[in-house]
Design a binder for this molecule. Structure first.
Ligand SMILES: *[C@@H]1O[C@H](CO)[C@@H](O)[C@H](O)[C@H]1NC(C)=O
Ligand SMILES: *[C@@H]1O[C@H](CO)[C@@H](O)[C@H](O)[C@H]1NC(C)=O
Length: 366
């Protein structure tokens, strides 16, 4: 190489490196949920930078994290399987979830000894099953003591992860947590400084604002905007930033499922229409692929509301609020413009031939 071109070459190399490290710092993620029955090998991992394997459990007697025996085969091969299509995708073992008992986490976090059991067992489990990280899904720490203990847990987890990395010589495990939509859980504040220091990022669950089991009217279940209310993704993200968590540690969550209501009157079929309970499934939750089948089968009318950033469809007395491509695009664009670290979806197996995952990746510019 001629000496004159060397500086140019080095500059280029430097820029390329900057570019690739910026790429690694984005999170374009989805959870895979074992109960969905969706085969891990069918995940199009090329559309994601990170995949969460959900869920590991917490044993309330031992305070150790465990993988249920029925999940062991899929979980232990998860990383290898998803890396077949995308060798650089990173995987995190997610612990807890909406169906886990919050009191088990509360009990574990309340004593130094049980926090240590949780932490040590989680790290061992992540390493022995080849995950790149751990994700805590405690729904939710719900009083000030629990929030303080949640903060202690994160701080101690971070110290242990760093020391394990020094001992083993391996890259430190990633640490994330799925958190409530806003920086307070019904006025009880999260310990935002411990959250910032302890975690690589937070997954903000900006959905389930309205649903047929707790809303007597239809509503935009995962609105990005809903002025004058706290029921929106933008409201929640703003509270997290105001609480002091940097935008580039925040990942915006959206659902690959909707909520179905049974309308009180078929001719009153907009937002905030009176409803009499769930439709389609027991609780009214319905995956995106199923929503598309419902629309096709019933010739349902499907609309997008750009004020809320929410899709909805209806046929007869069945009304579904959900995120279609327009909503996903608008949310990803919002995340990007606000300088957030990225986005995640719950859950991969509910997508319809990867339409939403692909839409999200392309809106991010991936
Ligand atoms: C928080 O909840 C725990 C367990 O439910 C309870 O033991 C504790 O006293 C509560 N603390 C406060 C401050 O309410
Ligand atoms: C969205 O829905 C709300 C409530 O029905 C309505 O006021 C608003 O005009 C709609 N926005 C758009 C763009 O359709």
């Amino acid at each position: 190489m001629a000496p004159k071109t060397l500086p140019f070459f080095l500059t280029l190399l430097f820029l390329l490196q900057l570019h690739s490290s910026a790429g690694q710092n984005a999170v374009r993620a989805a959870y895979w949920f074992s109960d969905s029955g969706f085969p891990v090998s069918d995940i199009d991992s090329t559309l994601f930078t990170h995949l969460f394997c959900a869920f590991a459990g917490l044993n309330p007697q031992t305070n150790r994290v465990f993988i249920a025996s029925g999940n062991q085969a899929q979980f232990s091969t998860f990383t290898r399987t998803v890396q077949q299509k995308n060798p650089s995708v990173k995987t995190l073992l997610s612990i807890g979830g909406g169906d886990a008992k919050a009191t088990d986490f509360d009990g574990m976090a309340s004593q130094a000894g049980s926090r240590k059991s949780f932490i040590d067992s989680s790290i061992r489990l992540a390493r022995s099953n080849n995950f790149h990280g751990l994700d805590l899904d405690w729904e939710y720490p719900s009083n000030t003591t629990q929030m303080t203990n949640f903060g202690l847990l994160l701080a101690e987890w971070r110290v242990s992860v760093a020391s394990e990395s020094r001992r083993s010589g391996n890259t430190p495990l990633l640490l994330s947590a799925a958190v409530f939509r806003s920086s307070d859980y019904y006025t009880i504040n999260y310990p935002s400084s411990a959250v910032s220091k302890g975690l690589d990022w937070i997954n903000v669950m900006a959905y389930d604002f309205y649903g047929p089991r707790w809303s007597s009217v239809t509503g935009p279940p995962a609105a990005l905007y809903n002025p004058g209310t706290t029921e929106s993704g933008s409201y929640g993200i703003t509270t997290w930033i105001q609480a002091g968590v940097a935008a580039n540690k925040i990942v915006l969550g959206f659902p690959f499922y909707g909520w179905a209501w049974k309308l009180a009157h078929s001719n009153n079929n907009g937002f905030f229409a009176p409803a009499v309970g769930p439709a389609i499934s027991k609780d009214g939750d319905v995956g995106y692929a199923e929503i598309n089948s419902f629309i096709a089968k019933n010739g349902a009318r499907a609309l997008y509301n750009s004020s809320f950033v929410s899709n909805f469809c209806y046929s007869g007395t069945t009304w579904i609020g959900y995120d279609d491509k327009e909503s996903i695009s608008a949310k990803v664009t919002y995340a990007k413009n606000r300088g957030l670290l990225g986005y995640f979806a719950w859950h991969a197996g509910a997508d319809d031939k990867w339409a939403l995952s692909r839409q999200a990746a392309s809106a991010w510019g991936a």
